[in-house]
Design a binder for this molecule. Structure first.
Ligand code: ZN
Length: 364
């Protein structure tokens, strides 16, 4: 497992938790919440490292990985046996509970409850990370509640959630909540450039497409398949807009849905990233189209290229923005968004895509 030296853009949360740890005021339970890819798991692992690092005096104490110096909260050495095992994901006292299928079941929380009550094997603080905690069944949540009511002294439970509102309020009220925000595009792009050794322009594109979520940047950085699917959707939509022909639009709709279906199946079989699965779904494709028309609209109204999301297609965007009326572009952006929403509510993909493509081709 790769533990980043730095948790990009979450300095405030790291400092807050670092201060609590340094002053011995750690809570028994934390709820780290924020959008997917905002760094919840990285921060949880960092907490586990800092809580259990036992550096030998000879090595000069905890250095905080790359973050040495005075302001190095949540420090760990990266070399002691605890650090090494946690980094490799094999520490017997640092565990992750994640959904099995769609949910986290009561059996998983019961096992945690039982294990956490035992003395730690090697660590000073048994650490359990519950990923996607909002997907616990109600029974599992009630079981967890009992642990949170009387937490064992040498334990740390860290819940990660995108949407804590989906959990029983009594659970969040027993946790110390830490919110992770989206990271600024400039900061994220600078980080991506160094972290993945990529061109500044590419780094900016990834940061923009990721909407400020470092985990998403990391997933996209090496995902060529994602960009292939994305380019296919963009080239299809550009063609349909310019064809001016209803039957050609319907054929393009059928063809695109076929290709998306293949890409989705391949991604499922090959363990593709959530980003790839998303863009290969009909709603993900419609979200992309909405963003595409938004780019065209913004450029034609403001002329400001710094506001563009699909930066790698700037030439296409300039060209299309110049030849389509802004009022049509804004209508199409809304229509693509509404189509995505309808698909999320189980609309028929073929009918929905046909309808959208007809509007584009016939300039409605
Ligand atoms: Zn260590």
């Amino acid at each position: 497992m790769h533990i980043p030296d730095e948790i990009v853009g979450q300095g405030e949360a790291v400092r807050l938790l670092g201060r609590e740890m340094a002053s011995g005021k750690m809570s028994h339970a934390y709820l780290l919440w924020g959008p997917r890819g905002s760094g919840k798991m990285a921060l949880a692992r960092r907490l586990a490292l800092a809580a259990n690092c036992t550096p030998s005096a000879a090595r000069g104490g905890a250095s905080g990985g790359a973050q040495s110096g005075e302001d190095a909260p949540l420090r760990y050495c990266g070399e002691c046996p605890n650090c090494e095992k946690i980094a490799k994901g094999v520490h017997p006292d640092v565990r992750v509970v994640a959904p099995e299928g769609d949910t986290i079941k009561i059996g998983q929380i019961r096992e945690m409850k039982w294990r956490i009550a035992l003395k730690p094997n090697e660590a000073s603080i048994k650490t359990w990370i519950i990923d996607d905690a909002d997907r616990m069944t109600e029974e599992a949540q009630n079981c967890l509640l009992k642990v949170l009511e009387e937490p064992p002294g040498d334990s740390l439970i860290i819940l990660l959630s995108e949407d804590p509102g989906m959990m029983l309020p009594t659970i969040s009220s027993r946790c110390h909540e830490v919110r992770l925000n989206a990271v600024g595009i400039t900061e994220l792009a600078e980080w991506a450039e160094a972290e993945f050794d990529i061109e500044p322009q590419r780094a900016k594109l990834l940061a923009t497409l990721s909407e400020g979520r470092p985990g998403r940047v990391a997933a996209l950085a090496g995902d060529d398949e994602y960009f292939k699917v994305r380019d296919r959707i963009i080239s299809t939509v550009r063609r349909v807009v310019l064809c001016g022909d209803g039957s050609e639009a319907l054929a393009a709709s059928e063809d695109l849905l076929d290709q998306l279906k293949k890409a989705y199946t391949q991604a499922m079989d090959g363990g593709g990233s959530p980003e790839l699965l998303e863009i290969s779904s009909s709603m993900g494709a419609c979200d992309l189209m909405a963003g595409w028309f938004r780019d065209l609209f913004i450029l034609s109204i403001t002329g400001d290229e710094s506001l563009i999301i699909n930066l790698d297609h700037i030439m296409d965007i300039r060209q299309d923005a110049a030849r389509i009326e802004p009022s049509l572009l804004s209508r199409w952006a809304v229509k693509a968004m509404q189509t995505a929403q309808a698909l999320r509510k189980s609309a028929n993909p073929r009918l929905a895509m046909d309808d959208l493509f007809l509007s584009l081709a016939l300039r409605e």
